[in-house]
Design a protein around this ligand. Sequence first.
Ligand code: ATP
Length: 720
Amino acid sequence: MDAYDLFRKLGAGAKFDFNRFRSDAEKLHILKRKQPAATTTTKKSQKGVQQGFKKKVKSEDSETSDESSGSESDSEVEIKAASGSDSSESSQSSSDSDEEEAETIRESGPKDEAALKLLGNITAKDDQDMSSFRTARKAKKKKVVDPAQKMADLKQEQVNHRRNVNRIHAYGTDIPEPIETFQDLKLRYNIHSRIIQNIESAGYTAPTPIQMQAIPVMLNRREIMACAPTGSGKTAAFLLPILHHLKEPRNDCIRALVLSPTRELAKQTYRECQRLSEGIGFRILYIDKIGKDLQKVQKATKKIDIMVSTPNRLIYLLKQTEAVISLRSVEWFVVDESDKLFEEGKTGFRDQLALIYKSCDGSGLRRAMFSATFAYDVEEWCKLNLDNVVQVYVGAKNAATKTIEQSLLFCGAETGKMIALRNIIRQGIQPPVLVFVQSKERAKELFHELIYDGMNVDVIHADRTQTQRDNVIKCFRSGKIWILICTELMGRGIDFKGVNLVINYDFPNSAISYIHRIGRTGRAGRTGKAITFFTEDDAIYLRSIANVMRTAGCPVPDYMLKINQPNRRDRKVLSKGAIRRPQISTMTKYDQQKQRHKKQVIQDSRRKKQQQQSGDPSHLLKPKLKQPQETARSETSGQQTDKKSFVTDTNGKKAKKRKFDADAGKNNTDGAKKHKHMPESAKLVQLKYKKKWKEQRISSKKFENKTKGSKKGGNPGAKA
Ligand SMILES: Nc1ncnc2c1ncn2[C@@H]1O[C@H](COP(=O)(O)OP(=O)(O)OP(=O)(O)O)[C@@H](O)[C@H]1O
C-alpha cells in the first residue's frame, strides 16, 4: 500500500476544502483532469461539503488536510447520496453532478475504485447496484399497515360520518363516540335498567343529536359545554348521566345541582328529573315557596340527592346565618341556559353564579354548561376554567330550529299591530298560541284588550304571584287557555307541548331573544309557525332577525339584509332600555279618562274605609290631592307596591317572602327583566336607523318596480 492508498483509506469520509487547499490539491494532481462542468455541482451539495469539511478541519492540523485531499471525490459522492435519500428533489438535481464525480473518479485511476467500494452500493457506473439501492429506498417508503390501526381508522371514519349526518361538532381531546340508540347506554355504560325503562316510557325512541354526543361525554365524567337548538332534548342529555353517576340515594347532602334562570324552568327540569328517575328513589328538591322549603331543607339537609333551583333562591339558602345547606358533596354542577346566567348586569346572574360555584368546593366536582344559544364569554370561561373541556355544538351556532316556519309582518305603526293580531285570530288559529310582548305593562294592556274580545286568553308576567303563575301554566298545558300573553320570562326553556304558533307582538331586541322565543314552538321534531310584527321603529333590529330567518331557510326580502347593523357604540346606547311604545289600547281617550276616574274613586273610598276602621284620623288632615297620585303610582308599578308592603307587612310568610326578594339581590324576579324605557340618546340612534331603513326600503321598492314592471306598490315588509 503506497502513501496515496494510505491517505485515501485514512481520509475516507473526511471532506476536503478545495478553496482553501487548492494549491495542495494541484500539487497532488487531484484536480488535473477535472472538467469545467464539475463546477456546476449544486450549490447545496458544495456548501454541504465545505461546511462539513470545515468542521473537521478545525480539529485537524494542516498535515492531515494534505492527506485527506486524496479523498475529495469520496466525500462529495457520499454527501450527495445522503442528500438523495433525504429528498427526491435534491437527488434529482444532484444526479448530473453524481455522474461528473463518477467520471472524475474513473479517470483518477484504479485506486479510486477502492474508494468507491467504501461507499457501498452507491455508484454511478454500477447499474445493478443503483437499481437495488432504489428498490431498497422504495421499500423503506412503503408503510407497513397494521390491521389493528386499519380497524381503528375505519371506526373513526364511521364515528365522523355519524357526527356529520347529525350535524354534531365536537371539539376536545379523546371525545367518546356518540351513541346510536338508548340501548347503547346499557351495553357500553351499563346504565341502570330502570332508567332505560323510564326513557322508553317517556316516549323517547331514539336519542336526539345532542343526547347522542353529550350523554357519553358526561358518562365519561368529562366536563362539557354544549349548544343545541331549542327543543332538542338538552334536559335529558344532562339528567341521564347524572342519574347514572349517582347510582342510588345516599345520605350525603346534595350530590347534583342544576341551576335554571327562571322558577318555571327549574320546576320543569325537576319534573323531568322525577320522570327519568322514577323507581330509583332519588330525593330531588326544587325550592318553590321559600318559607316552607326552608324548613324542608333544614329538616332533611342530608337527604337530598339532586337539587334544582334558580340562583337567587339558592343564594338565599346559602346566606342564612345558620348554614341550612351545604354544597360540599356536589359531584355534578349543571348550568342550564348558561349564556343567560353568564350575562353581565342586571339581567344576568354572574355574581350569584360565582358565589354558588365557590360553595361547591368538594373534590371531584364536574361542571356542565348547556344552552340553545352560544356566547363567546361562556366559551372563553369554559376553555379557561373547565378541566379538559369537551365542546359540543349541534347545527349552526345561534340558529333557529328548521322546523319552524318563520315570517315577518309589517304593521306600519303600533296601532296596526292590534289590527294584525285580530286579523290573524279571525282567519283562524290553532291553539295553543303564545304571544310575546316586551314588558309586563304591555302584557297587562294586551290582555285587557283581548279579554274584552271574549277570547280564551290569559297573561303571565313577573308581577303575578307564584300561585297565579303556576295556575296559568297548568291551564295552558291542559288546553283551558288558548292564547297566553307573556314576557321574556317565558322565553327560555319552557316546554309547552304542541304550541303551534308564536306571535312576537313586540319585536325582540336581539337575535338571541328571537331564537329562544320562537323556540317555544317546533319542539322535539314537531313543526310550528312564528310570526313577528314590526314597525318602522324596529328597523334597528331587523337585520339580525332577518339573518336568523335566512339561515333557517325562510324567505326574507334582500333589502332587509342590507340595512346597516348598529355599531358597537349604538348597541351600547340601545341596551339601556327598550323601545318606548304607545299604550296598547283601542279605547277612545274619553273612555280611558272615564275608566281611570272610576278606578280612582273606588280606591279612594276603599282607603278611607280602611282608615276609619283602624281609627286613623290622618285622612282628615292630609290634602285630598296627594292620595290619588300615590295610589296611581303603586298601581302601575308592582315593584313599588312590593317594597311598601315589605316595610309594613311584618307577619309570617309574606314578610319572609319579601325578605327573600330583598336578600336575593338585584334581580327582582328570576330572569325577568325589569322594564325600562329608552333614554333620549337611544331614541336618536333608533331614529337614525329608521331613516336608513326607509331609504333602503324605498330603493328596493323602486328596483322591484323597475324589474317587475307591472307589479306596482306592494308592501315589501308584509309577509316576508
Ligand atoms: N330522545 C327524545 N325523543 C323524543 N322526545 C324527546 C327526546 N328527548 C327529549 N324529548 C322531548 O323534547 C322536548 C324538548 O326537550 P327539552 O325541554 O329538554 O329541550 P331543550 O333542548 O332543553 O330546549 P330549550 O333550549 O328550549 O330549553 C320535551 O318535551 C322532551 O320531552
